[in-house]
Structure formats: structure tokens, C-alpha cells
Design a binder for this molecule. Structure first.
Ligand code: ADP
Ligand code: MG
Length: 450
């Protein structure tokens, strides 16, 4: 690779970060420019999963970038570690050698896997600890740890992420493993089509001659009688051959409506694990991880600010990071609290009718002439400790945030500190009339603001 190629690529990276920030990932740094051939710049990704992400998400913005930077008509071509550039300039993917008896008929393709969803970007917290540990165990020893592994939970809590992390990890450590990963919906539609077109042999081959079968959203099988019958046999074949099965669902097996009893019981043979909503600390960590993955610098106070407001679906946390990123690029300045507030704007209305943490902080910091950073610091002098306790007290009394979240927000303190603050303020209100008046005034102000 020559210097001009490297320069061209670096120029493209800068262009992409400025104009298409949301597709950018930290690993773009590892992309290797291989020079121009046949009218295209060849870019090599460090794995096929990364190459596929580029091909899927990035062709247009990259083409735009290369033309802007090179100032001529040129396209881009994405290669994986083993793809070679043929003499005609076209990349040639090395295809997997066919297994004995492999059919040439249309085989359902595995869903593409998102390189963002690996174990390193999955934040472990109290709500997902067991599911995560089980997924790791399965990825390390497919077919031998828990079979099947059944992960269930509400939408947006990381089930698909865990399933894909399992696939990525197995592919990384045992590239020869044959994995079939797809949504249950896709299983059902392939099945219906195969019956109609007479492709059942190929269909069965695609699902039964694999080492690992991963099916997302298996609850979709509910009430689909013939698909359930087919899946029952698929399951048995794989299970008897010690092949790993991993399933996700929005409900535990026994609560999937209209699922045959024999499937319900099989789904419980291995390990059934639930993912639950993340607590405050986990949300902060998720925000930081998502930001880092995109090469973004997310200050602590901004992460805390968002984590305190977006508290149900993790997908929304990621959405918040995207909004911040766009806003910061548009305004041409680094992410700070002000950008965060603007970016979250109208969508951050609290779910309760009470005041927000922000309204409490505004009222308290103004009254006591302190700054939020002081309240979040470790400083214990009285002029800061008291307003901090007042904030915790008001947050506890007038918002739905948990002790843990409040403690985390005010400088990573634990829930006993918040309980102590609430007790102290309550006691002081009872004995100190001036203080009682201050509290009444603050509470009045919060009420008026609603
Ligand atoms: P589900 O399949 O349960 O509906 P997803 O796996 O699609 O949820 O997750 C939704 C989003 O939240 C994805 O962007 C995913 O990366 C993210 N996410 C969920 N849990 C975590 C976690 N523990 N750490 C990091 N990201 C997470
Ligand atoms: Mg999902």
C-alpha cells in the first residue's frame, strides 16, 4: 500500500466522521486500504462480519467520501481477511467447502450478524448477569454447557445482542463451526415456502445439519401448528446429536401462547434465563460503551444525566447516543450537558407527573449557590453536603427514581447514603424552623414548575 492510499483513506475517515457520524465505528481505524484497482479503492476489514457490516451499511457514504476526497469518479470495495482481489479487480470470496451431500438448492441463509453485538460491548449488570454467564458458557462449549439455552425478557433488553454475541464468539474461536442463526419468523416463512416449492430436503438439511442453531424470537411459533411440528423434529435431531440450540423469546416457555406442551418441556431441558431491565449503574455503563464503540467522548455527567432519564428500554439509550452524536456534529462542538438536554428535549418528559431530577437540581443549586459538579463530587464540607442531601431527599420524595439511582447520580454513592440523607433531612425539618421554610419554598417551586 502506498502513501497516497493511506492519505486517501485518512481523508475519507475524516469526511465520514463529519458527514456520516452515525455509521462510524471505532474499528474503522483498523480498516486497511489496499490501493485502487479496476476503478475502486479496496478496503480490507479485519473480519467477514465487519466486511458484511460495511457492505450492508456503508457502501453509499463510503463511495461519496472517496469521491469527495479523491475528487474523481471512483468507488469502494470491501474485502474480508481472506478475500483476494482477482486480476480483473473484482474481489473473490473464498467459499466454504460444501459438506458431503450438501444440496445446491436454495438454502435459507443465516441472518447477518451485527459486529456491534459482541460480548465486549455487552454490559453485565444485575438484570442480565445469569443470561450473560450462560451465553458465555454456551459460546465456549457449544452443545456441552446448557442445551438448549433459552433467554427471555421484554423488548429491548439485549436478547438479540446476546444471541449474536454467542454466534460471533463461536465463529471467532471455531471458524469451522456451522451456525444457522435466524429469526423464528424467517424459519416459519422458509418452512412454508419449502413445503410449497417441494424443498423440504434442503430445508431440513439447512436446519438439521448444523453445529449450532440459534433462533431469535421463538415465541413466534405460538399457534403455528405445522411449524411447531417441524421445529419439534429439528430440535430432537440436533439435541440427540449434541448440537447446540439457543433460543430467545419475549416470554418464558410456559407463557408462550399456544405452544405445544412437548416443546414447552423441551425448551426447559437446558437453562431458562431471564433478562431484566438495567439499573442506573448499568445504564450509565451501557451509554459509555455505546459511545466508545462510535469513537465518541461522552462526559460522565452527560452519561448520568441520560441514564437518569431514559430508564426502560435500552434501545432508547442507544437512540439517545445517536441524537447526541448528530447534535454535536451539527453544532460543531463536543458533547456536554447542554447538548444532551437539547438533544433529548421533548422526548424526555418524565413518566410521573412529579418534578424531574433536573428541576430539583435547578432549584437547589440556585438556592444554595452550588454547582451540580460540586453535588456530584466527593467533597463533604457542609456547604455542599447539605444541598446534596436536600437534592437526594427531594428526589426520593418527589420522583420515582430508586435509592440506588439517586445515589449513583449524585456522585456514585450507594443507597444507604441516600437513606441517610432522607432521614437527616426529615429530622432537621422537624427541629429547625428555618430549614423547614426553605424546604417548603423549594417544594412549592417544584410544584409550580409542573
Ligand atoms: P431485544 O432483542 O431483547 O429486544 P436487543 O438485543 O435488540 O434487544 O437490544 C436492544 C439494544 O440495546 C441493542 O442496541 C443492544 O446492543 C442494546 N443492549 C441491550 N442490552 C445491552 C447490554 N447489557 N449492554 C450493551 N448494550 C445492550
Ligand atoms: Mg430481539
Amino acid at each position: 500500500m502506498s502513501d497516497p492510499d493511506r492519505k486517501l483513506w485518512e481523508g475519507m475517515l475524516a469526511y465520514l466522521r463529519a458527514n456520516h457520524p452515525t455509521i462510524c465505528r471505532q474499528w474503522f481505524e483498523e480498516i486497511e486500504p489496499l490501493g485502487v484497482s479496476g476503478g475502486a479503492l479496496n478496503l480490507r476489514a479485519h473480519s467477514n462480519v465487519h466486511r458484511d457490516y460495511l457492505r450492508r451499511q456503508c457502501l453509499e457514504p463510503f463511495s461519496e467520501a472517496v469521491q469527495q476526497v479523491a475528487d474523481r469518479l471512483i468507488s469502494v470495495r470491501f474485502l474480508g481477511p481472506e478475500d483476494e482481489i482477482a486480476s480483473d479487480g473484482k474481489p473473490q470470496s473464498r467459499t466454504r467447502t460444501a459438506r458431503p451431500g450438501e444440496a445446491a438448492a436454495p438454502i435459507p441463509e443465516s441472518l447477518t450478524i451485527n459486529p456491534d453485538y459482541d460480548f465486549s460491548s455487552f454490559v453485565v449488570g444485575p438484570g442480565n448477569r445469569y443470561a450473560h454467564a450462560a451465553a458465555i458458557a454456551v459460546a465456549n462449549k457449544p452443545g456441552h454447557a446448557y442445551n438448549p439455552l433459552f433467554i427471555h425478557g421484554k423488548v429491548g433488553l439485549g436478547k438479540t445482542h446476546l444471541l449474536q454475541a454467542v454466534c460471533l464468539k463461536i465463529k471467532e474461536s471455531h471458524p469451522e463451526t456451522v451456525i444457522q442463526y435466524l429469526s423464528c419468523e424467517s424459519f416459519v416463512s422458509h418452512f412454508t415456502e419449502s413445503i410449497r416449492e417441494g424443498w423440504m430436503t434442503e430445508f431440513r438439511h439447512a436446519f438439521r445439519d448444523v453445529d449450532v442453531l440459534v433462533i431469535d424470537d421463538i415465541h413466534f411459533l405460538g399457534a403455528r401448528v405445522r411449524s411447531q411440528e417441524e421445529f419439534f423434529h429439528t430440535f430432537n435431531t440436533l439435541y440427540q446429536a449434541n448440537k447446540q440450540i439457543v433460543l430467545s423469546s419475549d416470554a418464558p416457555p410456559e407463557h408462550i401462547p399456544d405452544l405445544e406442551e412437548r416443546l414447552v418441556s423441551r425448551f426447559k431441558w437446558g437453562l431458562v434465563s431471564e433478562v431484566e431491565p438495567p439499573d442506573y449503574e448499568t445504564r450509565v455503563a451501557i451509554l459509555k460503551t455505546k459511545a466508545k464503540m462510535r469513537g465518541l467522548d461522552l462526559p460522565e455527567d452527560v452519561a448520568c444525566h441520560i441514564a437518569a432519564r431514559v430508564d426502560t428500554n435500552i434501545r432508547e439509550l442507544e437512540g439517545a447516543v445517536t441524537k447526541l452524536q448528530l447534535r454535536s456534529v451539527v453544532e460543531g462542538r463536543p458533547i456536554d450537558l447542554e447538548i444532551a438536554r437539547a438533544a433529548l428535549g421533548e422526548n424526555t418528559a418524565p413518566t410521573t407527573s412529579g418534578p424531574t431530577i433536573q428541576a430539583i437540581i435547578d432549584a437547589v443549586t440556585e438556592f444554595y449557590s452550588v454547582r451540580l459538579t460540586d453535588l456530584q463530587s466527593k467533597r463533604r464540607q457542609r456547604s455542599i453536603a447539605l444541598p446534596r442531601q436536600v437534592c437526594m431527599y427531594l428526589a426520593r420524595r418527589h420522583t420515582r427514581h430508586s435509592l440506588e439511582e439517586i445515589g449513583g447520580y449524585f456522585g456514585g454513592r450507594d443507597h444507604t447514603t441516600v437513606m441517610h440523607a432522607v432521614r437527616t433531612v426529615d429530622e432537621k425539618r422537624g427541629v429547625d424552623q428555618d430549614f423547614e421554610h426553605v424546604l417548603q419554598a423549594l417544594e412549592g417551586r417544584l410544584r409550580d414548575r409542573r
